[in-house]
Design a protein around this ligand. Structure first.
Ligand SMILES: C[S@@+](CC[C@H](N)C(=O)[O-])C[C@H]1O[C@@H](n2cnc3c(N)ncnc32)[C@H](O)[C@@H]1O
Length: 254
C-alpha cells in the first residue's frame, strides 16, 4: 500500500514539473521570432486598428510569434475566467462540462482558448475521471502557420477556411470556441435585412455550448451574436485591462 502511495506522489511531483501550455508555446514562439522588429511593427498596426489584423499579418511567421508572446497567456486566462463565471453563476450546469468529449476552436490562432477551456476543466474536476480522459480538441484556422503551435500543445489542427461549406461538412461537437475571430470569420456569411449575420444560427446547430469572446470596443461589434440568436452576454476585463465581451449559448438538445 505504501508503495502505491509513493508511486502516486512521484506522479504528482512529475506533473508539477511538466511545462505549462504557456511555457510550451512561448518556447516555440521565441524560436520562431527571427525578426522581432517585423513582428512588433505588424502587431502594433493591428492594435492601433482596434485590435484587428489583416490576413497578411497572420501569414507572417514573426507576427504570429510576437502575437503569441503578447497575448497567449492573457487569452488563455480570459477563456478560463469566462468559463468560471458562466458556471459559478449557474448559467450552464457544471455537470455538463464533465461529459464534454469534443471541442472545436474556430479561427484558433495559437490555441489559447482551447487551453483556457482545458485549464477550466482540470480545475473544475480535479480528482474525477474527467481529467484522465481529456476531450478531443481541434483548432481550425485558415492560416497553416498556426499548426506548429497546436501540435506543440498536443492539440489537433486543421487548416480550413471557415465558411458555409465548412459547416455543411462539420460533425457536431460538444463545445465550439471562438476567441477574437468572429469579425474575420463573419465576413464569409450572409446578413439578413437587419444586418444580423447567419454565422450564429449555423454555429449554434453544431454544438451544445458555444462561447464567443471578443474585444468590447473592436470592429467586431456588428458581427457579434445577440439575444435574437439565443445568446447571453457579459463583459470581463483581461489581464492587460482591456474590456472583453463574452457571448455564450447553451442548447443541450443539440
Ligand atoms: C485575431 S486572430 C484570433 C486567434 C485566437 N483565437 C486568439 O484568441 O488569439 C483571428 C484568427 O482567425 C483566423 N481566421 C480569420 N478568418 C478565418 C476564416 N474565414 N477561416 C478560418 N480562420 C480564419 C485568422 O487566421 C486568425 O488566426
Amino acid at each position: 500500500m505504501a508503495g502505491v502511495k509513493k508511486r502516486n506522489s512521484i506522479n504528482e511531483d512529475d506533473e508539477d514539473k511538466r511545462p505549462s501550455a504557456t511555457e510550451l508555446v512561448e518556447t516555440l514562439a521565441q524560436l520562431q521570432l527571427t525578426n522581432k522588429n517585423e513582428g512588433k511593427v505588424l502587431y502594433l498596426q493591428g492594435v492601433k486598428n482596434n485590435w484587428c489584423w489583416r490576413s497578411m499579418c497572420f501569414a507572417n511567421q514573426n507576427f504570429r510569434a510576437y502575437y503569441t508572446l503578447q497575448l497567449f497567456n492573457t487569452r488563455l486566462n480570459l477563456t478560463k475566467k469566462a468559463m468560471d463565471k458562466i458556471v459559478d453563476e449557474g448559467c450552464v450546469p457544471r455537470r455538463f462540462f464533465k461529459k464534454v468529449t469534443t471541442v472545436a476552436s474556430l479561427g484558433c490562432g495559437p490555441g489559447s482558448d482551447i487551453c483556457g477551456l482545458k485549464s477550466f476543466l482540470t480545475e473544475t474536476f480535479p480528482y474525477s475521471s474527467r481529467c484522465k480522459q481529456p476531450p478531443s480538441c481541434t483548432g481550425y484556422d485558415s492560416e497553416l502557420g498556426w499548426m506548429r503551435y497546436l501540435l506543440q500543445l498536443g492539440l489537433q489542427f486543421e487548416s480550413r477556411e471557415i465558411n458555409e461549406s465548412f459547416f455543411n461538412n462539420m460533425e457536431k461537437v460538444d463545445v465550439i470556441l471562438m476567441s477574437f475571430s468572429c469579425y474575420e470569420i463573419s465576413r464569409e456569411f450572409l446578413r439578413d435585412k437587419d444586418g444580423k449575420c447567419s454565422l450564429w444560427k449555423t454555429v449554434s446547430q453544431k454544438a451544445k455550448f458555444v462561447l464567443n469572446i471578443d474585444n468590447a470596443a473592436s470592429k467586431a461589434r456588428d458581427a457579434l451574436p445577440s439575444e435574437k440568436e439565443g445568446f447571453q452576454h457579459f463583459t470581463l476585463n483581461d489581464d492587460l485591462g482591456n474590456k472583453a465581451i463574452v457571448h455564450f449559448k447553451f442548447a443541450v438538445d443539440n
